[in-house]
Design a protein around this ligand. Structure first.
Ligand code: NDP
Length: 247
């Protein structure tokens, strides 16, 4: 009998999150909990769920709303009936300032907003779900980050508010990994992918049509990296090719 694994993906209704759900459902060994702000409007997830034979569950989850996160954690615990979450993928994030903003030019309200979602929201989701992760076989937390937030990668002056939030997310990864060595926790950059097509303004597109790779390519890499993780990889920052990214 093949091993069966439970995945929880945040921001699963579009972009990288949605593609991750689609690729995971190609293997019968995966049960996927697709978390998104508004499952009633997540038509693609609903359509997938109808065909998934009980392997896909939609969960309402706004990562910036503690009540919503707590409610989702309770719902998932009862759905899993004693089982854990093998892979928690913290994918949901925002880019309100666009990739063009700079340290001196950015609206600090955008900076604050990225922190609320990309850092505090992600931290709270992991606090709320860590008990379920610890109950699982794989005990893995993946914080979807970006090389834009790497000082060593030297991205330059632009993308400031988002970059600062992702650098903070990377420190969160490090702290989480140090505090709980029994859990494998990493930061992972999916590559610059052609997502964000539903955003109202090109400025706020996460990937956008000019990005380098189709979303399927980045997600294939992301899943390959996650599935090959070893406990000693915990606390590190990888890209979708499995290479270490400098902090
Ligand atoms: P998209 O903008 O296409 O999708 C973002 C997702 O996050 C949406 O599902 C959105 O939900 C969700 N989300 C935002 N805020 C919240 C919230 N408060 N609660 C729950 N869900 C929320 O982004 P991508 O798919 O491109 O990016 C996914 C991840 O990959 C992000 O962490 C991003 O930083 C990272 N990344 C992306 C790159 C790229 O080139 N695309 C490059 C490097 C990193 P809703 O539909 O409700 O708004």
């Amino acid at each position: 009998m093949t091993d069966e694994y439970v995945w929880l993906i945040t921001g699963a209704n579009r972009g990288i999150g949605l593609e991750t759900v689609k690729q995971l459902l190609q293997s019968p060994s995966n049960t996927v909990l697709a978390a998104c702000r508004n499952p009633a409007k997540a038509t693609e997830l609903q359509a997938l769920s109808e065909k998934a034979g009980g392997k896909l569950h939609l969960v309402a989850l706004d990562i910036t709303d503690k009540e919503s996160v707590n409610k989702a954690a309770k719902e998932v615990a009862s759905l899993l009936g004693g089982k854990g979450i093998d892979y928690l993928v913290n994918n949901a994030a925002i880019l309100p300032g666009g990739l063009g903003d700079t340290a001196f030019g950015m609206d600090v309200d955008d900076l604050a907003a990225t922190f609320v979602t990309n850092v505090a929201g992600t931290a709270y989701v992991t606090q709320a779900f860590i008990g379920l992760v610890e109950r699982s076989t794989k005990k893995t937390v993946v914080n979807i980050s970006s090389t834009v937030g790497s000082i060593g990668f030297d991205f330059g002056a632009t993308g400031a508010s988002y970059a600062v939030s992702k650098a903070a997310l990377n420190m969160l990864t490090y702290k989480q990994a140090k505090e709980k060595p029994q859990v494998t926790t990493i930061s992972l950059c999916p590559g610059w992918l052609q997502t964000g097509e539903y955003k109202p303004s090109p400025q706020s597109q996460m990937g956008g049509p000019n990005a380098i790779y189709p979303v399927s390519v980045g997600v294939e890499g992301v899943l390959k990296v996650i599935l090959s993780l070893k406990p000693e990889d915990s606390g590190q920052f990888f890209n979708f090719r499995g290479e270490r990214v400098p902090w």
